[in-house]
Design a binder for this molecule. Structure first.
Ligand code: 26V
Length: 824
């Protein structure tokens, strides 16, 4: 009987408006007479949410029925940004919503802007996970994301007197995009002891008991594919106190306060995203987060597998689990524990299942970012897991010894346990040993991990275990959503929006690279995007920038290895050059706006100092009458996904200038080029493959190569080195106090001139400044510049995250898509 009542999602404007009004009047309990933009956002979102959840249910049913292999993407970060615009576009009903909202008296852009970003990530790694979810759904893979439902996402950044100030990001006040599943709750255990005993057959059993229990509650976020009804799931776990007898005892005995404190402690686990990117501090709460999330996710995955009533050995045929960096590495240990301790499998049989299930993606070679856990800390929190890790290590080292007898040094080098004081567990090594594939995220990076940090493991496991999957980005968000006019222009020339599903179709654009009419429209769109950004800058910082100037953008997390300091030193150098010029000489210059944005980890002083310097330089340069429009310096506060959607389409040039060999891939480089910006960059990460695809004449490359970095550092430390003269001139000016109290910047200049210049700022400065001069010259020839821009976009097909996901599916996961049409 219920079938005739099944929800039918809206498809036209009238039905959409009816839904919006219904949600305003009932769900929100408001009247249409006082419906403001916030309420309109809420109601429109609820209308789309209802649609998504209907498709979500159908997708889950269909995938369960198909009983094929599923992919699970485990990531501590999902940097999703806003959901409404994305949902409207992916479902293909943005036009309907636009008309409907207009009819109801709203501007769709203003409504979209009401949404708070879902900022559950730090930077590239978290945004990559979000792009992957979009591609997995768009390509019809049966895939789930698993993460943590942080109450506070990455902090909001305020700039006060030029300094970064962190403000908590409480984002859950109203979130229509999540569905609490109060029926899906998993008990997670911590601390306690391990008891060993023999069962009736004389088998050794280990039992972990006596610990503290915390509940994991599931919250589901539907992920709509683009132009497909496939709607996948992102499951986020939230921690909650287990209200068992234990609490009641305390409560009844009058210990009310401490029972509330217990409650608070449990809820602290999923309270906050760690704001460090590329720095491991080994905090116990972080380890608790990791185990909490991993154990809940595995319980869920195993439960789903068990419903199929298959033999355990078929587990890797039904389940692929991808580890996004080492953060979920405990999943390897937890699955082994489930199979051996709880399901009674033999160690070897269990281990074969485990190691065929997991794949591990490495995202950095920076030593300070490689996770290690202190053995005593780990033992206290997860005593049984420590035993299992020691056993994994024992069997691994025994096999190494058999293949490489008498190489004692090798055993010490590859041991999962570092023999330091205290002993440390090397999570990357555990991830390698417990996975069937290990990949890097760009060609250079994948080569580097094979020849440096994981060299010994290539010898041990053979080269086939190590592979490369170059990162990608979703063209839906990063072209169609962020730059709708460019997307429409492209579509009008190459036969529609098909390129959003197959980005290689962009190659059809190349024949317009010299088309006068087309180039004019291309240029107009870039200009309009710059006007939009100029307005944003004006309203948030008060600085007036000229949209006709060259917009030079560097937006990414603040880090010495990304070298924002080199950029700002370059800006100072430019300022000094302008000051020394005659008015006649100044007339020949290309006016430039240097735009910066990015958060520094709260405890990273040097990164904060760089922000401070950028703002102080801005304060001087922007108010200097000699300079006028020739140079402006802007720091955009609180860079995040929705700001990126405004900034990226507005850049002429963007900077990807990390010390060669340090940036694993970078993904914003791809976003900028896809939006018609040119880039200035080092031979690092994906810049190299971008160059290969778009051609050397369309990119401004400079600087030392990765292969020379080691020797240069050695020379800094053991020889004498002199500062680049132009950089020395810049430092003199800083020390004179031109940009405020010189003492504030002495650690920054000192790290370069006195302490080894680890990131080779001085070595690369000359070539950087020269290349910036080439940029100025090139920009004067707008005709050629636009041709370069069009040609580059036409050649960006390779960098779709769809290509990337297809590579993972084929070479790591061994899964195929399940199209919804096939199932009908
Ligand atoms: C590491 C740690 C260490 C423990 C504390 C918190 C924390 C948080 C994040 C990380 C991950 C650092 C690695 C990372 O973010 N890598 C970036 O990954 C991008 C996607 O592959 C890539 O484009 C960037 O080049 C790379 O820096």
């Amino acid at each position: 009987a219920w079938k005739k009542y099944q929800t039918r999602p809206f498809t036209n404007t009238e039905q959409f408006e009816r839904e919006v009004v219904r949600h305003v009047e009932t769900t929100l309990a408001r009247s249409m007479f006082n419906c403001d933009e916030t309420a309109a956002y809420a109601a429109a979102s609820l209308a789309f949410r209802d649609r998504l959840i209907t498709e979500w249910n159908r997708t889950q049913q269909r995938q369960t029925f198909a009983d094929g292999k599923r992919v699970y993407y485990l990531s501590l970060e999902f940097l999703m940004g806003r959901a409404l615009d994305n949902a409207m576009l992916n479902v293909g009903l943005k036009n309907v919503a636009q008309q409907g909202l207009t009819d109801l008296g709203f501007r769709i852009e203003d409504v979209i802007e009401q949404e708070h970003d879902a900022a559950l990530g730090n930077g590239g790694l978290g945004r990559l996970a979000a792009c992957f979810l979009d591609s997995l759904a768009s390509l019809n893979f049966a895939a789930w994301g698993y993460g943590l439902r942080y109450r506070y996402g990455i902090f909001k950044q305020e700039i006060i007197d030029g300094y970064q100030v962190e403000v908590p990001d409480y984002w859950l006040d109203f979130n229509p995009w999540e569905f609490p599943r109060h029926d899906i709750v998993v008990d997670i255990q911590f601390y306690g002891n391990v008891r060993k005993y023999q069962d009736s057959q004389g088998k050794q059993i280990s039992l972990w008991d006596g610990g503290e229990i915390v509940k994991a509650v599931a919250y589901d976020v539907p992920i709509p594919g683009f132009e497909t009804s496939t709607t996948n799931n992102l499951r986020l776990w939230s921690s909650k106190a287990a209200s068992g007898e234990f609490d009641f005892q305390k409560f009844n005995s009058g210990d009310y306060e401490s029972s509330v404190a217990d409650q608070q402690r449990a809820e602290t686990i999923s309270a906050v995203l760690y704001p460090n990117d590329n720095l491991d501090r080994g905090k116990e709460l972080r380890l608790k987060q990791q185990y909490f999330w991993v154990a809940a996710s595995l319980y869920d995955i195993v439960r789903r597998f068990k419903k199929s009533k298959r033999a355990w050995k078929e587990f890797p045929d039904q389940v692929a689990i991808q580890l996004n960096d080492t953060h979920p590495t405990l999943a390897i240990v937890e699955l082994q524990r489930i199979l051996v301790d709880l399901e009674g499998l033999d160690w070897d049989e269990a281990w074969a299942i485990v190691s065929n299930t997991f794949g591990y993606t490495n995202h950095t070679v920076l030593p300070e970012a490689l996770e290690k856990w202190s053995v005593p800390l780990f033992q206290n929190l997860l005593p049984r897991h420590l035993q299992i890790i020691y056993d994994i290590n024992l069997f691994f080292l025994q096999s190494v010894e058999r293949t490489f007898p008498k190489e004692r040094d090798l055993l010490a080098r590859v041991s999962i346990i570092e023999e330091s004081s205290p002993k440390m567990i090397r999570m990357a090594y555990l991830a390698i040993v417990g996975s069937h594939k290990v990949n890097g995220v760009a060609e250079l990076h994948s080569d580097l991990i094979k020849t440096t940090i994981f060299k010994d493991f290539v010898r041990i496991f053979g080269p086939d275990k190590f592979t490369n999957v170059t990162n990608g980005i979703t063209p839906r968000r990063w072209l169609h959503q962020a730059n709708p006019r460019l997307s429409e222009l492209i579509a009008s020339k190459i036969g529609g929006l098909g390129f959003l599903k197959d980005l290689t179709l962009l190659s059809e654009l190349e024949k317009y690279a010299d088309d006068k009419e087309f180039k004019k429209e291309w240029q107009e769109i870039k200009y309009a995007n710059k006007v939009r950004l100029a307005r944003h800058i004006k309203s948030t910082t008060g600085i007036t920038v000229n949209p006709a100037a060259l917009f030079d953008v560097q937006v990414k997390r603040m880090h010495e290895y990304k070298r924002q300091q080199m950029n700002i030193f370059g800006v100072i150098h430019r300022y000094l050059t302008i000051k020394a010029m005659t008015p006649e000489e100044r007339k020949k210059l290309t006016p430039r706006v240097s735009i910066f944005g990015g958060k520094a980890a709260p405890g990273y002083w040097m990164a904060k100092t760089i922000i401070h310097l950028i703002n102080n330089v801005g304060a001087v340069v922007n108010n200097d009458k000699d300079v006028g429009d020739l140079l402006k310096v802007v720091f955009v506060e609180d860079y995040n996904v929705s700001k990126a959607e405004i900034i990226i389409p507005a850049s002429d040039v963007s900077e990807h200038i990390s010390t060669a060999g340090t940036e694993a891939s970078g993904t914003s480089n791809m976003k900028f080029v896809l939006n018609g910006g040119l880039i200035i960059g080092t031979c690092d990460g994906a810049n190299i493959e971008i160059t290969r695809e778009i051609g050397e004449s369309n990119i401004f490359l400079f600087g030392n190569l990765a292969e020379d970095v080691e020797d240069l550092r050695h020379a800094h430390n053991y020889g004498s080195y002199t500062l680049d003269p132009a950089l020395a001139r810049v430092f003199d000016e800083i020390k004179k106090g031109t940009f405020g109290d010189a003492a504030a910047f002495s650690a920054l200049t000192g790290s370069i001139e006195d302490h080894g210049d680890y990131y080779l700022v001085s070595d690369d400065f000359h070539s950087y400044v020269q290349t910036q001069a080439l940029v100025d010259e090139a920009y004067k020839n707008q005709d050629e510049w636009i041709s370069k821009s069009i040609t580059s976009v036409a050649r960006m097909g390779f960098f779709s995250s769809d290509r990337c996901i297809n590579e993972y599916a084929e070479s790591i996961w061994n899964v195929e898509p399940q199209s919804p049409e096939q199932a009908e």
